[in-house]
Design a protein around this ligand. Sequence first.
Ligand code: CUA
Length: 441
Amino acid sequence: MLAGLFLYLDSTMRLSTILPKLAQWGRVALITGGTFLLAGCKLNFWQMDGHQTTMQTAGPVAEAQLQVFYITCWVTLIIFVLVGAVLAYATVKFKARNTADEHAEPPEQSHGNPLIELSLIGLSVLALVFITVPTLKAIWYTYDVPEEQKATAYEVTATGNQWWFKFDYPSEQVDGIGMLSTANELVIPAGRPVRVNLRTSDVIHSFWVPKLAGKVDMIPNRGNHLWLQADEPGYFWGQCAEYCGESHAVMRFRVIALNKEDFAAWVAHEQSPARTVAVDGSASSEIPKVKFASFRRNEYGYTAKWDAHADVSPLDNWKQQQFPVKDENPQLIAQGRRVFQEKTCIICHTVTGHEGIGTNGPNLTHMGSRTTIAGGLLENNADQLARWLTHPDVVKPGNKMYFGINGMAGYVKPSGQDWESNITLSDDDVSALVAYLQSLK
Ligand code: CUA
């Protein structure tokens, strides 16, 4: 912009005829400075520390990928500087300096200089070799768990769905159910390679955890895989990285890496049935009025406690989420459990030990202990839960909870050319459902 302004002033005020030298160097300085200024504003390159930056890695796979990026950047930067310098030199050195220059005959033309041509070919090949060798090594390394680490590798299966992720643990069983299954938050052991089998139940998705590894596609009818490792316990953001329909951009997930003891405890708890809150016989059966925040469309889905610079680490927040909500109301929770059946939520969601047995939607057995809802999009708190339950179509356009799945109706059902309301929730229903879902620790 600054360079453009200068060129405009240059043409209107004829700066170049008045101060030719100044104009010349001014242009160079402004174009260069402007470029750096814009790049600095936009990228803040050296401080990239967001949740989904690939510039700060937390495991060997992402690190190998980052190194390839750096090598490619350096090689191309050197080429850019060399070519740019020669071009700048030639432009300044051989420019027309007076009218005679402008009308002079072109210099004698020559053809072919074997030394220069062979050198350029040699240097180009060398530059490609510098990029190719580390790239091939990284592709080989990141393809699968290295042979010598296979014995210690942990295995999980990730399945993409429009628009959420299902995570299965083939080596962990749940009595009477089959393999352990959860959704949207993949909990893994830290310091151990994890092989992730990649599947999809519908269209192509792509599994990406920027700080750990990615991206690898989940392809219909074709097994795919990747591996990753979190060196230390931590909380990482993941994202579907392949366009998969209208809510692709809000198809997210988390990876939580725990130390050995915490991971074993998590698995054991996850294998247990859903938590049941006993109703105190003397408690009032009246449903208290709960006031939830109202949200505008596209409003941010989480509070400041998830900011990159928040005081409490995201992992500590996750650990805090494992405990029951302080002021929970057993009466309200029992009511919510009834609403969960009456409103047919049980047809699509499993709550082991309670009524739900459906597998179309995410398993909700320990939903209250996850930090996110709605496929990693919203923070798991009362307000956001109410937002999701009352406006699923606004939060995640096109989702199957709203429109139904496999011929079953959801919040709406087809009616001729249009849709009519099917599941309706009163304010009391929402309060009760929120209390119930939050109790599923
Ligand atoms: Cu799933 Cu994009």
